[in-house]
Design a protein around this ligand. Structure first.
Ligand SMILES: *[C@@H]1O[C@H](CO)[C@@H](O)[C@H](O)[C@H]1NC(C)=O
Ligand SMILES: *[C@@H]1O[C@H](CO)[C@@H](O)[C@H](O)[C@H]1NC(C)=O
Length: 395
């Protein structure tokens, strides 16, 4: 079954779930329906099959045999005079396959608001996280905030994350393939109809590596997304290597929790000490310790295949003219070395450098927040800013 047919069936199921008339959309196999964290959105959850092909990059990289091997790779990446991605990057290699992805489609729980939805937000999570980033807990849910403001959201685990398939982490789980899979899903969502009304706009919303992927989509398919909300990303790279060292990456299969038993050792996660998660992601004491603990305990994986190939798809997008909003936690370590005002506003620097032709640039530095802007006390300020940005642009 094609992704389109699956999506179609999903819409039909959602229609049943909400008592809405739906003409087109999606399908999830074995779907369940339920509510978002604070109940502002009604959601359908399940798996979709996506068939895609892409020209990935042949990487001279193997999964680590164990921790010493992985630690040495981190040293190699941080070695003076070495551009690691160029060192291991080879020519293009064609990949193709049908993969199962976990996805959630949510609409406002209020049926009157659900019938008026015109804009769907396509959400894309960051590394070592999954779809739960966007709907984490009451008060920490962008899915709730978006539904309360009248938006539908599509939230999924990228290939190699969470509940989705975990193929070869070096040669398959790469930026180019993720882009083609996302492009197909967006194509189907653009044709969706909820409550008898056609979805008019699709907005790309990313966090960190997810923002890189959203940029990769418009780099090749600028017409896919009517506006972009890019969070947790900048052009400042000085903090990235320090943050990677702080991650203290381990093969996830060796995590003492046992949650990742059996995964290929190329799937990596932060070390099992809470500080390995706090340093790069959180700003103390600006978060609820129970939220931190839950996030740490449910942390996911990342792969070098993806991280090393984002460089090839992220570039200035002089042709993209849609509105672009950039949101950073003021104390984001990874993308600002803990000061996003240094030497000037890094959100502004980023949007000006990469989207010179954007009509409607907007930026926000979320106070008292590290990299995970959706999990700090100030999360709702960032959500409110982004939703206001969409309203201002009539989306
Ligand atoms: C891969 O590269 C070939 C040759 O350049 C090209 O024809 C094809 O369209 C590319 N495929 C994708 C999915 O970009
Ligand atoms: C961040 O950098 C700005 C610009 O250089 C500086 O004025 C400010 O004091 C710095 N903030 C902190 C907390 O050091």
């Amino acid at each position: 079954m094609t992704a389109g047919a699956h999506l179609l069936r999903l819409a039909a199921l959602l229609a049943v779930a909400r008592g809405l008339q739906l003409d087109t959309a999606f399908v999830l196999s074995q779907p369940t329906h339920g509510l978002s964290a604070a109940g502002k959105a009604a959601c359908l959850r399940g798996n979709i099959q996506v068939t895609a092909s892409a020209n990935n990059t042949k990487l001279a990289l193997q999964s680590p045999a164990g921790q010493p091997d992985l630690t040495q790779t981190t040293v190699d990446m941080a070695t003076a005079g070495v551009h690691y991605a160029a060192l291991v990057g080879g020519g293009p290699t064609h990949v193709t396959g049908t993969f199962q992805l976990y996805a959630e489609l949510c609409v406002p729980a209020d049926p009157v608001a659900a019938r008026k939805v015109q804009t769907l937000q396509f959400l894309n999570h960051g590394g070592t996280l999954d779809h739960t980033y966007w709907d984490f807990a009451p008060g920490y849910s962008y899915v709730d905030a978006a539904a309360a403001a009248g938006y539908a959201t599509f939230n999924y685990d990228r290939l190699g994350y969470g509940l989705s398939d975990h193929p070869d982490p070096n040669q398959v789980v790469q930026a180019a393939l993720q882009r083609e899979m996302a492009h197909q899903m967006v194509g189907v969502l653009r044709e969706a109809t909820i409550g008898g009304f056609r979805i008019k706009n699709v907005v790309g919303v990313g966090h960190s590596a997810g923002s890189a992927l959203i940029m990769a989509i418009v780099g090749k398919y600028p017409a896919d997304l009517d506006a972009l909300i890019l969070t947790g990303i900048s052009t400042s790279i000085e903090g990235i290597m320090v943050a990677q060292v702080a991650f203290n990456l381990i093969p996830a299969a060796l995590d003492p929790s046992g949650r990742f038993n059996g995964l290929d050792k190329g799937y990596l996660t932060q070390g099992a000490v809470a500080q390995d998660f706090q340093f790069p992601f959180y700003r103390y004491p600006d978060f609820d310790p129970t939220i931190f603990r839950k996030q740490f305990d449910t942390r996911q994986t990342t792969v070098f295949g993806e991280l090393l190939t984002f460089g090839g798809v992220i570039a200035p997008q002089p042709a993209y003219t849609g509105p672009v909003d950039v949101v950073l936690g003021q104390q984001d370590y990874i993308f600002c070395q803990a000061n996003c005002s240094y030497p000037t506003n890094q959100a502004q620097t980023f949007v000006d450098a990469l989207f010179p032709a954007s009509q409607g640039k907007s930026t926000f530095l979320q106070a008292n927040s590290g990299h995970l802007i959706a999990q700090h006390y100030t999360a709702r300020d960032g959500f409110a800013h982004s939703l206001h940005f969409l309203k201002r642009n009539r989306l």
